[in-house]
Design a protein around this ligand. Structure first.
Ligand SMILES: *Cc1c(COP(=O)(O)O)cnc(C)c1O
Length: 225
């Protein structure tokens, strides 16, 4: 059976060849390990194999992992309820799912003074279908202006979860990202998962969120958010 270290090596090789095929430097694509439902021991295995950035979907599930494995970079990639904004602002390094002003305000308000500004991505609902989370493309600029004005947030870019198989949505997101870069200093376009990260890299993704291809199939998806 392939180990997590083997899987990571294979995923990194696939990222590198997808980047090169697109004429891009592989170093411009960050691998985020989507570790939802996976144990501290399995995440530690990935860490031992050199993986540093991890994405979690549920704040409560993530806390024991963050406590047990200090020094890693933790991204919230699941929907954030406003009653969890304080703890998310305290414990995560990135929140990729900001999709409304109220959440952005709370995250900034609760980001501890001793930590650097919280990195945030605006989650975009590219097609208006699929996932219900995310702002409509035409609302992105207004939300970006709000976030840019908040003292304890650092707007880094955009994130999306297109419907399965809808790789055409990657190019729409890339266009939106490029337009937004005219107005804000952005460096992160988070798109692509186990089944489609090569297509996302071809369209300009700078961060792929990969779970299954690293950790194997998830047994069950808890929802203790
Ligand atoms: C679970 C998840 C992923 C990873 O999905 P895989 O198909 O297992 O690679 C990526 N992004 C988000 C937001 C997720 O919830």
């Amino acid at each position: 059976m392939a180990t997590i270290a083997d899987n990571l090596q294979a995923v990194r090789a696939r990222i590198a060849s997808a980047a090169r095929a697109a004429g891009r430097d592989p170093a411009t694509v960050t691998l985020l390990a989507a570790s939802k439902t996976h144990s501290i021991a399995r995440i530690a295995e990935a860490q031992a194999a050199g993986q540093r950035a991890f994405g979690e979907n549920y704040v409560q599930d993530a806390l024991p992992k963050i406590d047990a494995l200090p020094g890693l970079e933790w991204h919230l990639i699941g929907p954030l309820q406003s009653n969890k904004a304080r703890i998310a602002a305290e414990r995560f390094d990135w929140v990729q799912t900001v999709d409304r002003e109220k959440i952005a305000g709370r995250l900034s308000e609760h980001r501890p003074a001793h930590r650097p500004a919280l990195n945030v991505l605006i989650q975009v609902n590219v097609s208006g279908e699929g996932t219900k989370s995310g702002v409509a493309p035409q609302e992105v600029v207004v939300l970006a202006k709000t976030i840019a004005a908040l003292p304890r947030l650092r707007l880094r870019g955009l994130m999306a979860i297109p419907r399965a198989g809808m790789v055409c949505e990657f190019s729409k997101l890339k266009q939106l990202f490029d337009d937004l870069k005219e107005l804000f200093a952005l460096d992160t376009l988070s798109m692509g998962m186990s089944d489609d990260f090569e297509a996302a890299i071809a369209e300009g993704s700078t961060m792929v969120r990969v779970g299954t291809a690293i950790f194997g199939q998830r047994e069950k998806e808890k929802s203790t958010a």
